[in-house]
Design a protein around this ligand. Structure first.
Ligand code: DCP
Ligand code: MG
Length: 426
């Protein structure tokens, strides 16, 4: 679990031999796919989301109150043909898209194309919940993620272990699978040298697609596309480009930079030229930095500090290890070590201690957390135990090197274990 501070831009990657690999991930038919999780009986059918907001007194839910949502008969869902009003489609399942319906289309117009499509109301709270969930999965694997809205993100693969393998395909596959395992949702990922191309690539093989674009693929994969595919070329610019006989990105690339500046102004004209040549240096900007990282666990049965000393001690050490691993993987060190306990009567207490130096080491975290434990009442049974490291800062390049050496040092990790065992409590 991570707590976040105010927006801040991530530092540029340290200078290494790694090739820049940036991914763009976009969820497949996002709102519709979330709806299908609660109504799996609609899987494979044409479904559109729009019109009204979901309400608990919705006629469908009222009629089937008490029945699990997954057992509501398909025939009872509202059909597009029965809709009257001015609502628009937010999104449609891929089965519905085959009929030519899609985002932003009026529902009554869509009803002419696909009258049998099922119509579901929108439930933004639910989409936001799933949005948070899939993004949490990503940052667990690849911490440098830029949030671009409810269903899309950029991810910097460059320094992630395995991020360069097969141009990023292995890591993209891992992320797809992890998101699916955690949420039941699918997504498509494009991996490219920069954000601009990654954004185009994520659309290449939708749904459930992975597309890899290497620097040499510009001519073959990007230049044949219409200019409108460049994120930043809107309908008006496209119209102007078309008027000059520029239809594809390749045709745009063939134009003189000065000519484009003449037509589109100094900054936008120059940007169009850069974009057509696939150049984009924008960093992946993490929207927020965590101020603390924590791990906690609720026990299967309430445990007592004395009677269940060995079990609690092992759990406590494991929590410290997991927080330390989180810190190291995400590239943070912290200064404030804290614990959280919940007693069998549901009262919670926290204690923390601020160290003189920043750390991401298990041994130090375990020692400080152990001292915090001495300051709480341990006569009652416990149902939850948590360990938190706060006052975080990013590890700089030098620290990172030291940290990695330490992580690789086996005798160090053995010392950590034996150190943990000699602690006074648990
Ligand atoms: N959305 C919306 N109105 C639009 C476009 C989109 O309300 N005009 C919402 C519904 C989508 C979500 O935003 O589910 C994400 O938009 P996308 O463009 O990524 O569309 P989808 O995820 O639905 O489909 P795709 O698989 O093409 O990404
Ligand atoms: Mg999407």
């Amino acid at each position: 679990m991570a707590r976040y501070a105010s927006p801040v831009s991530a530092p540029a990657s340290p200078a290494t031999a790694s090739i820049r690999r940036i991914a763009h991930l976009d969820m497949d038919a996002f709102y519709a796919s979330v709806e299908l999780l609660r109504y799996p009986q609609l899987q494979g059918l044409p479904v559109v989301i729009g019109g009204a907001r979901r309400r608990p007194d919705d006629a469908l839910l009222q009629k089937h109150a008490g029945l699990p949502l997954s057992e509501i008969p398909v025939d009872d869902f509202p059909r597009l043909k029965d809709y009257a009003g001015r609502g628009v489609i937010t999104t449609a399942t891929y089965a519905a898209r085959q009929f030519g319906v899609g985002s932003a289309m009026g529902l009554m117009k869509a009803a002419k194309l696909c009258p049998q499509a099922l119509l579901l109301p929108v439930d933004f709270d639910e989409y936001r919940r799933y949005s948070r969930r899939f993004k949490d999965v990503i940052t667990e694997i690849a911490p440098l993620m830029e949030d671009r809205g409810v269903d899309e993100v950029y991810i910097d693969f460059t320094e992630v272990p395995g991020g360069q393998r097969d141009g990023g395909r292995s890591l993209a596959r891992l992320i797809q699978k992890s998101i699916f395992d955690a949420t039941g949702l699918t997504c498509s990922i494009g991996v490219a040298p920069n954000k601009l191309i990654a954004k185009m690539a994520s659309e290449f093989n939708k749904p459930k697609g992975i597309s890899i674009v290497m620097p040499d693929d510009l001519q073959a994969l990007i230049w044949p596309l219409p200019c409108r595919k460049i994120n930043g070329v809107g309908p008006k610019t496209d119209e102007k480009l078309q008027a000059q006989g520029i239809h594809t990105i390749g045709e745009l690339a063939a134009r003189e930079r000065e000519g484009l500046i003449g037509h589109f102004g100094k900054s936008y004209g120059a940007w169009l030229h850069e974009a057509a040549w696939g150049r984009d240096e924008r960093p992946v900007v993490t929207e927020s930095e965590p101020v603390s990282l924590s791990r906690e666990t609720t026990f299967e049965r309430d445990l007592h500090a004395m009677r269940d000393k060995a079990e609690l001690g092992a759990i406590f050490t494991a929590l410290c290890e997991r927080v330390a691993t989180d810190l190291q993987r995400k590239g943070y060190v912290g200064k404030t070590i804290g614990i959280k306990l919940r007693y069998d009567d549901f009262r919670s207490v926290t204690r923390d201690q601020t160290l003189e130096h920043y750390t991401a080491e298990v041994k130090t975290i375990r020692l400080a957390a152990g001292l915090c434990l001495k300051r709480v009442d341990l006569s009652r049974r416990l149902r939850l135990l948590g360990v938190r490291v706060g006052s975080l800062r990013r590890v700089n390049a030098d620290d990172a090197a030291t940290q990695q050496t330490k992580d690789k040092n086996k005798s160090e990790s053995e010392a950590i274990n034996s150190g943990a065992n000699t602690l006074p409590l648990f």
